[in-house]
Design a protein around this ligand. Sequence first.
Ligand SMILES: Cc1ncc(COP(=O)(O)O)c(C=O)c1O
Length: 445
Amino acid sequence: MTDTARAALRRREPQCWLNTARTGVPGPGARPDGVASAEARWQRFAPLLAERFPELRESAGRIESPLIESTALAEALGAPGRLFVKADHALPIAGSIKARGAIHEVLEAVEAIASRAGFFGPDDDPRRLLEPAVQRRLAAYRVSVGSTGNLGLGVGIGAAALGLRAEVHMSAEAKAWKKALLRGRGAVVVEHAGDYSEAVAAGRAAAALDPNTHFVDDEHSLSLFNGYATAAARLHRQLDAAGVRVDAAHPLIVYLPCGVGGAPGGISYGLHLAFGAAAHAFFAEPVGSPAFLARLLHPDRPGLSVYDLGLDNATEADGLAVPRASELAYRVVAPLLAGAFTVTDDQLLRDFALAHRVGGLRIEPSAAAGFSGPRWLGSAAGRAWMRRSGFAPHDVTQVVWTTGGLLLPQHELDALLARARAGYGFAFKRITALGRLGQCVKHCS
Ligand SMILES: Cc1ncc(COP(=O)(O)O)c(C=O)c1O
């Protein structure tokens, strides 16, 4: 089984690998109290966020996305049970799932910097950080990060808005519009000709030379991980509001696009805390950059990169173009995951267009990786897995996590849609988004 999966990985063949070594017990590195203190931090800093970001006024400073039920997408994908989209593509501030980790770590860093320097205490109103005298002091500090794009957007926009200097090291695949947007918000963008790992290493090395720089380390950060993990308890509340029951006989199956593994790893850990063994998380990766699946298939090779397997890390999914998995995420969630699957770029583009046309969703290609999950579950292999697991298809609830897209400029969206239509024979049923929106229910609580 593992040998077959390894061979398929090297041949860039899409596959769904099932984790037969799953124990349901998380590995070392993350703790429930870390997630609880991240949630407490979100609540403590909500007034500051509401004051600083006009788009958060309505939610009183809460960064959250709706949960959308779509019968139209379920039908188009041939998915059993109820199908939901967790719409992190619409998360405010950063326009991606990265807002959860990035803004959390920026808040934790600002809190630590200001407390250490003695101008902020645990009982202070966080809005004090916006006072001109405090802002002048914060301007002496920098937050820096290496990124394929979206983490950089979250950290750069967040840090600059709170008065810190922001430096973002971007890998070669980062889109020009993301760099331009960041520069427009006052962040310094350092462009690298190399890949994501090289951009992270360069950022880490530069930050090590400056005691006033906090480096957001995507390959090792527990603060990012905990920020992402808080999403699961909130999803629990949204599913409750939608009348969804989750227990051993009513499984929750969640599909998460994966790059280095921090975001999907944190969320999977959170799902474990919120739902226990009733949650089944699958990671979704491009066939050219299956960093996490490669690591899962080679448990004895920490630091393994997709290049070591003869792959090129080239993919349309810029956010997922990562050659090496986070060892932190791997350690914690390898025993928890139900499985992982890979997706071709053709399929990503088709699903990006499907999500737009059928679901009315404005996402970027990386965010479409999860849509192959319901399609797999409806296939003979998926149905066999459900039978073996004792799940009746109508008792299953699926969540496709769409992870980025809100800030995608209209001309980029149009160009991608045109490519999807021209290159990939737009062959799915003509269901107009408007005609179906009546069956699309948002759960925003
Ligand atoms: C849109 C999108 N989805 C998913 C991910 C995956 O997150 P991670 O790299 O933490 O696995 C990223 C990462 O940047 C992303 O940009």
